[in-house]
Ligand binder design. Sequence first.
Ligand SMILES: [Zn+2]
Length: 83
Amino acid sequence: MPSSPEEAATEHPEITFIGCARCGTLIAGLDGRYACSGCGWVNEWTEGHRPLPEARRRRTCAPTADTTTDGTTAEDAPTRRPG
Ligand SMILES: [Zn+2]
């Protein structure tokens, strides 16, 4: 049975250890993600044991009121709601 990403995200992160790929120092990480404090090496986040919590997608491209040139504001524009 496949576990949903949301279900996995609610679990506590697991502390894991690995030898730094660059300098060999034993470093600790969470869920397979590491960052060496000695040399600054970090592994790919995709190597983590589970996907990162999905970032909330927000529309940030809405123009501000003082930058519009046609006289309309964001409040006047129809709101597009997904779904
Ligand atoms: Zn290192």
